[in-house]
Design a protein around this ligand. Structure first.
Ligand SMILES: C[S@@+](CC[C@H](N)C(=O)[O-])C[C@H]1O[C@@H](n2cnc3c(N)ncnc32)[C@H](O)[C@@H]1O
Length: 470
């Protein structure tokens, strides 16, 4: 019988910085790099090793020996286990500094490219209650904290509504107050749970795949319009009606109420039919002068106020004067294309999701915009020589790819197209830096700016301006 190995503990490790994905980093006495979550640069901690690799180790802080000056008390009671806002233990100024450094380090070290300037990070005016969309899950099993697990008098058999903690697919943290979406978001969530219990509705059991109440999505626009979507396991019309009527009576400000029946084993809803129960089939969001129609399945930037800041910076970087031919790649529902169209001669948007392109066309008509054209398809396949011939060579390419960055063929095409300017928006500084390095064959990196879209998390957006070498 093999003996159980004792787990290694590293004592008195000073945390010196923040690395990729928001993990804090330090060095062991043996000189190994160690990554650990939930601590702050300047903390001195004892760390239990959880993973060993040839170049680094990972661990979990088991005791904080001395506290960093950058540390603050997390304001959310669910902070330790929810995982949603993983940087709440740092002052906002410190978060901004680390986000700026994450972008700088990616560009300088990973991308080995030096811009003419790094602009100061664009901070968020609102550091709490900034999201316009939240998704919650119902469950008949409450997630228990390690302390509760040790208490035999506490059972997890409880109807709850909240978030999945990492790694627990069939249990839910019962959220009392979430600091991410403005009122009446918390009230609606708490009341939905109370009403469902009062009406004797069963809550979902993800392990057994049974239980009536499954999910709830709240979308709140800056125009004041409010969309609510419930996912039920089965199409029990009487139960659905009784529940939704009570919700409408309690929250008359709802402008759009949908439900969806989901008997599947997973929570993915976009492949299902959404039934409109009450109000309009969409809400209207507005950024600056541009309005956006948002249906129950539409994608939209989740921080509307800061999306405007981001798009205004795109306009400022773009330097448009109404004469330019612009390509907006990975356009989503055409948000950037429509936003910049007032400053351009023509904008062509490409996006792989056909439903998003349908929304982009609706939004174009709603805003009486006539100088945009949208195409559905993979940028890699759509952006070809013949596409450029048909639409004219671009004076500016705006690109906002997903986290993985751009496909190498797309970067190659950029080099072939040789547009005088590129504005590269990214939610992943590492892949942005990689792509910029490839583009540096023909482009100078002029400026880079980090934009904070998600305070109290490690996520950061980054905008870069590149100009064709003369
Ligand atoms: C970061 S979002 C940007 C959305 C938009 N620019 C905005 O500001 O709302 C990236 C978008 O790229 C789309 N996408 C991902 N891979 C793609 C591909 N290979 N070709 C075209 N679009 C793609 C996604 O569906 C998503 O809408």
């Amino acid at each position: 019988m093999g003996r159980r190995r004792k787990k290694k503990i590293y004592h008195d490790i000073e945390i010196t910085g923040i690395a990729d994905k928001g993990k804090a980093v330090g060095r062991t006495a043996e000189g190994e790099v160690i990554f650990v979550k939930g601590v702050v640069p300047g903390d001195v901690v004892d760390i239990l090793r959880t993973k060993k690799r040839s170049k680094y180790v990972e661990g979990r802080a088991i005791e904080i020996k001395s506290y960093s000056k950058e540390r603050v008390e997390p304001f959310c009671e669910h902070f330790n286990y929810c995982g949603g806002c993983d940087w709440q233990q740092m002052t906002y100024e410190t978060q901004l500094q680390h986000k700026e450094d994450l972008v700088k380090n990616a560009i300088l070290r990973l991308g080995k490219t030096e811009p003419q300037a790094f602009l100061p990070i664009a901070a968020c005016a609102d550091t709490t209650f900034y999201r316009n969309k939240m998704e919650y899950s119902f469950s008949c099993k409450r997630w228990l904290s390690p302390e509760e697990l040790n208490d035999e008098t506490i059972s997890n058999k409880e109807d709850v509504l909240g978030f999945h903690p990492k790694g627990a697919f069939d249990k839910i943290i019962d959220i009392k107050k979430c600091w991410l979406q403005p009122d009446p978001s918390n009230e609606i969530r708490l009341e939905s749970k109370r009403l469902a219990i009062e009406q004797g509705l069963t809550f979902f059991d993800a392990y057994l795949n049974e239980g009536f109440m499954r999910n709830m999505i709240i979308r709140l626009a800056s125009t004041g319009e409010l969309m609510l979507i419930y996912a039920f396991y089965s199409n029990e019309q009487e139960q659905i009606k009784t529940f939704l009527d009570a919700i409408i009576e309690r929250f008359p400000q709802i402008t759009s109420l949908f439900y969806v029946v989901n008997p599947k084993k997973n929570d993915f809803l976009l492949d299902l039919d959404f039934e409109l129960y009450h109000g309009k089939d969409h809400i209207i969001e507005q950024l600056g002068n541009t309005k956006f129609k948002i249906g129950p399945k539409s994608f939209f930037q989740t921080n509307s106020k800061q999306a405007k800041v981001l798009y205004d910076q795109v306009v400022a970087f773009a330097g448009l004067d109404g004469t330019q031919n612009v390509y907006d790649l990975y356009t989503g529902v055409g948000s950037i294309a429509l936003y910049v169209s007032a400053f351009a001669k023509h904008v062509v948007g490409i996006e792989e999701i056909p439903a998003a392109i349908a929304d982009a066309k609706i939004n174009m008509a709603m805003n009486q915009i006539e100088n945009c054209t949208f195409y559905a398809g993979d940028v890699k396949d759509v952006l070809t020589d013949s596409f450029a011939q048909e639409h004219g060579a671009p004076d500016l390419v705006i690109t906002d790819p997903p986290r993985a960055g751009m496909h190498p063929d797309v970067v190659e095409m950029f080099l072939k197209l040789a547009a005088p300017r590129i504005v590269y928006v990214s939610c992943n500084p590492a892949t942005q830096a990689r792509d910029i390095q490839m583009l540096s064959e023909k482009y100078d990196l002029i400026k880079v700016q980090a934009v904070d879209m998600f305070p109290n998390t490690h996520h950061v957006e980054s905008i870069a301006l590149l100009e064709l070498k003369s």
